[in-house]
Design a protein around this ligand. Structure first.
Ligand code: NAD
Ligand code: MG
Length: 360
């Protein structure tokens, strides 16, 4: 088992990573105020892992209820959130009880937001079961639901008490979802960990074959990067924005194609290629490092080219991304592999040229 800590003073918390950590009742017990939990999961994950978690908790005398949500990003909304509150209120959950999110990022974001707001905030634990949620969404305390006018527009910062990333849950994850998670793994290498980028290049086949040791190491190194960034900048006023590499271009792809057509990680993959291409055009990222970036994303089986929406449409959609700051488009670009920086007021013609160069 691997262990990391997110250092946030008295709100610090451990991340445990490894095969079988789902039933680490010692860690769960240490995070609870009282032996009562509500598990929030969905109808895909519940048949796979809910019974195991409930049995483990009951074996150490923790009372548990569960709320099973419908699967999918389309349900990350007020109506579904309310079903969590219905369950908590009907079960007379009070402020000392704990919420456990068991599932991917959708469940984690919704359960986290429910925990942030139920009775003005109750403790919660993240048990992420997708690669994306294990390397990204379960760590850092961003919680949210979607609004019809925008993704993740209603939310709160609320840090979990514990994160349990059980690599054995990834055995049931669809291949496409695994690859989407790898896009965010590669992102950490690109933005500030060149040694990790080298390691991914060497080990990508092992990751695609889901070797537990390789996955454990990739998750640990990803979470170590995310934990350090979150410790430095919890509410995204500075360095945390680097985590948006490829995301503004990716947002345009997701929105332009209709949310759900491209997975987030797929859009981020093509978006990182666009960001790297622009970085190269502006004379920052060398041709050699640009080629390495495209090659690694390609070997993962992720898209290295965006859909042909036209550069003007991309720019229009990018202007609606929530990372736009006071009307100025800010983009994360690369000076080198492992060296990212935020830029504003880049020439639109250059951005458009990079987009055009990276579309089918
Ligand atoms: P997801 O939660 O929709 O999970 C993907 C699919 O895999 C779903 O159908 C899910 O039911 C299924 N699944 C989950 N675990 C499984 C398992 N072990 N075996 C088989 N199937 C499994 O998607 P995701 O990629 O995990 O998360 C995406 C969400 O995360 C988005 O809503 C995004 O906004 C959010 N997010 C949040 C943050 C943050 O910091 N809070 C960061 C990144 C992404
Ligand atoms: Mg992302």
């Amino acid at each position: 088992m691997r262990k990391l800590t997110v250092a946030l003073g008295d709100r610090s918390y451990p991340i445990l990573i490894g095969e079988g950590v789902l039933d680490r009742t010692d860690a769960i017990l240490a995070a609870l105020k009282t032996p009562r939990v509500a598990i929030v999961t969905n109808d895909v994950v519940a048949p796979l892992y809910l019974g195991r978690l409930e049995a483990a908790l009951r074996s150490v005398d923790v009372a548990c209820d569960s709320v099973i949500l419908p699967d999918g990003e389309a349900h990350k909304n007020w109506q579904t959130l309310n079903t969590i509150f219905d369950g908590l209120l009907a079960g007379h959950f009070d402020r000392s009880t704990t919420l456990i999110a068991l599932g991917g990022g959708v469940v984690g974001d919704m359960a986290g937001f429910a925990a942030a707001t139920y009775q003005r905030g109750i403790p919660f634990i993240q048990i992420p079961t997708t690669l994306l949620s294990q390397v990204d969404s379960s760590v850092g305390g961003k919680t949210a639901i979607n609004h019809p006018l925008g993704k993740n527009m209603i939310g709160a910062f609320h840090q979990p008490r514990l994160v349990l990333a059980d690599t054995s849950t990834l055995t049931t994850l669809p291949d496409r979802e695994l690859k989407a998670g790898l896009a965010e793994v590669i992102k950490y290498g690109l933005i500030r960990d060149p040694a990790f980028f080298d390691w991914i290049e060497t080990n990508i086949e092992r990751l695609l074959a889901r070797e537990p040791q390789a996955l454990g190491e990739a998750i640990e190194r990803s979470c170590a990067n995310k934990a350090r960034i979150v410790s430095e900048d919890e509410t995204e006023r500075g360095v945390r924005a680097l985590l948006n590499l490829g995301h503004t271009f990716g947002h345009a792809i997701e929105a332009g194609m209709g949310f759900g057509v491209w997975l987030h990680g797929e859009a981020v993959a093509a978006g990182m290629v666009m960001a790297a291409c622009l970085s190269n055009r502006l004379g920052w990222l060398s041709a050699r490092q640009y080629e390495r970036t495209v090659a690694l994303i390609g070997r993962t089986g992720l898209p290295v080219r965006g859909p042909k929406l036209g550069a003007a449409r991309y720019l229009e959609l990018m202007a609606h991304d929530k990372k736009v700051d006071a009307g100025r488009l800010r983009l994360v670009l690369l000076r080198d592999i492992g060296d990212a920086e935020i830029f504003a007021d880049l020439p639109a013609v250059e951005i458009a040229a990079a987009i055009d160069a990276c579309c089918e």
